[in-house]
Design a binder for this molecule. Structure first.
Ligand SMILES: NC(=O)c1ccc[n+]([C@@H]2O[C@H](COP(=O)([O-])OP(=O)(O)OC[C@H]3O[C@@H](n4cnc5c(N)ncnc54)[C@H](O)[C@@H]3O)[C@@H](O)[C@H]2O)c1
Length: 388
């Protein structure tokens, strides 16, 4: 079943464009139509001359929020957003079209593809690590089959446009897998090709999709009699745990860091599900968004690989607690490790080697740890819960 928005005018960036969605069965949905003539249509015509068109799947998620807000600051970018859940009105106002639907629905994706020429696809929709571990077959369908569907759309678009469509894929440090804590502690900063032996459904899905993306970019239909004239341009970031001051995470295993902050800011006690000495890399959401945009914009000839590590800081859980407690002295935080979730975090690296990203496309975080807390997280989170 496809759930799509009821027909209504989308205010904001593309006035006059009306989303004419209706609730349909398994048929392809009717997308949008224009207001009868008038300024809206002219605005649209003007926009297609200059606009870069991007498709964002999983647009209602944490990264989607940040990405839409950031892309909307550019006046030449037209955003088509897709998510299972409707976007909040402030976000949909920044998109030219919002589709409420499932990435597993091929008819829906094909219909989108025949209606639009995308320059870039940001494929963010996924089932995250903790949720994936609770529903493995569902996670595999969304994370793997869903990604395959989007890669096929990118191929079709590349073929139709005669130029590579960019496919930006957020992977994760979950692709790594240490057999035990001793190997993790000994390894130090892990390079992209080391320890890729994931121990979770999510990590396995991500690692496979990285490789699927590389295959589509380099060897897709390699046995065809005529060589494929142009292939997709697949670019992937292995994100560490992400912390946002604006949105709250659900379903991830690095969530203890943002959860500490959000609980403290609301005066709620927090029981941390990992040990005090637990260490993995993190970054704040604005850095994650800038990294996606920087990798997207990087000249292709500078990129020596498809998959890049990035990170900004790697505190232990106790160090995180101290930073949160400094800002919220009355915060109540206790460590009550959950043995099974702990084992997952212990299989992830304590730090990652980001030299390839630094060298190829100039990766450098704007927010190292102290700056992240003092200038982004603490003020942002105080503002968010101002009235609590
Ligand atoms: N947040 C992190 O710490 C982190 C770290 C590493 C990688 N990532 C990756 O970044 C991407 C975005 O992460 P996020 O933090 O925004 O996640 P999120 O859970 O906040 O958002 C995911 C979005 O995908 C949507 N979605 C799920 N299944 C769908 C389906 N079948 N069809 C359409 N939409 C669907 C959800 O409704 C949700 O809005 C994911 O691929 C995730 O694996 C996130």
């Amino acid at each position: 079943m496809i759930f799509v928005l009821p027909g209504r005018e989308i205010p904001g960036r593309f006035p006059g464009i009306v989303s004419g969605f209706s609730k349909l069965g398994s048929q392809a949905p009717r997308f949008s139509r224009f207001g009868e003539g008038g300024a809206g249509f002219e605005t649209y015509l003007r926009s297609i001359r200059v606009a870069k068109k991007v498709l964002i799947t999983g647009a209602n998620g944490e990264i989607g929020h940040g990405l839409i807000n950031r892309l909307a600051e550019r006046d030449n970018t037209e955003i088509i957003a897709l998510d299972l859940a409707p976007l909040e009105p402030s976000l949909s106002a920044k998109c030219s079209r919002v589709v409420v639907g499932d990435i597993l629905n091929s008819a829906l994706l094909e219909n989108l593809s025949t209606t639009h020429n995308f320059d870039t696809i940001y494929h963010l929709a996924a089932v995250l690590s903790t949720s994936a571990e609770r529903h493995p077959p569902h996670a595999h369908r969304v994370n793997v089959d869903g990604t395959l569907n989007l890669l096929e759309i990118a191929v079709t678009q590349t073929h139709l446009q005669g130029r590579p469509v960019k496919f930006l894929y957020p992977s994760s440090i979950a692709v790594y897998g240490f057999p035990d804590l001793a190997s993790k502690n000994k390894a130090g900063k892990v390079r992209e090709d080391e320890w890729c032996t994931p121990r979770t459904m999510y990590g396995i899905n991500k690692l496979y999709c990285e490789q699927l993306g590389s295959y589509y970019a380099n060897r897709y239909r390699q046995l065809d009699a005529e060589s494929v004239p142009v292939r997709i341009d697949f670019r992937c970031l292995r994100f560490p745990g992400l912390i946002s001051a604006v949105t709250r995470p659900t379903g991830g295993t690095s969530d203890y860091a943002p959860e500490m902050l959000h609980h403290a800011a609301q005066g709620e006690p927090y029981h941390c599900f990992v040990r005090e000495d637990t260490r993995i890399p993190f970054m704040v959401m604005p850095d994650a968004i800038e990294a996606l945009l920087a990798l997207e914009a990087a000249p292709k000839e500078k990129l020596n690989r498809e998959v890049y590590n990035i990170s900004a800081f790697n505190p232990s859980a106790a160090e995180l607690r101290d930073l949160v407690q400094k800002a919220f002295p009355r915060a109540e935080m206790r460590f009550e490790p959950d043995r099974k979730r702990q084992a997952i975090v212990d299989s992830w690296p304590g730090d990652v080697d980001c030299r390839a990203a630094e060298r190829d496309w100039g990766w450098k975080p704007m927010f190292p740890m102290n700056r992240a807390f003092e200038e982004y997280l603490i003020p942002g989170i105080r503002k968010r819960y101002l009235n609590v």
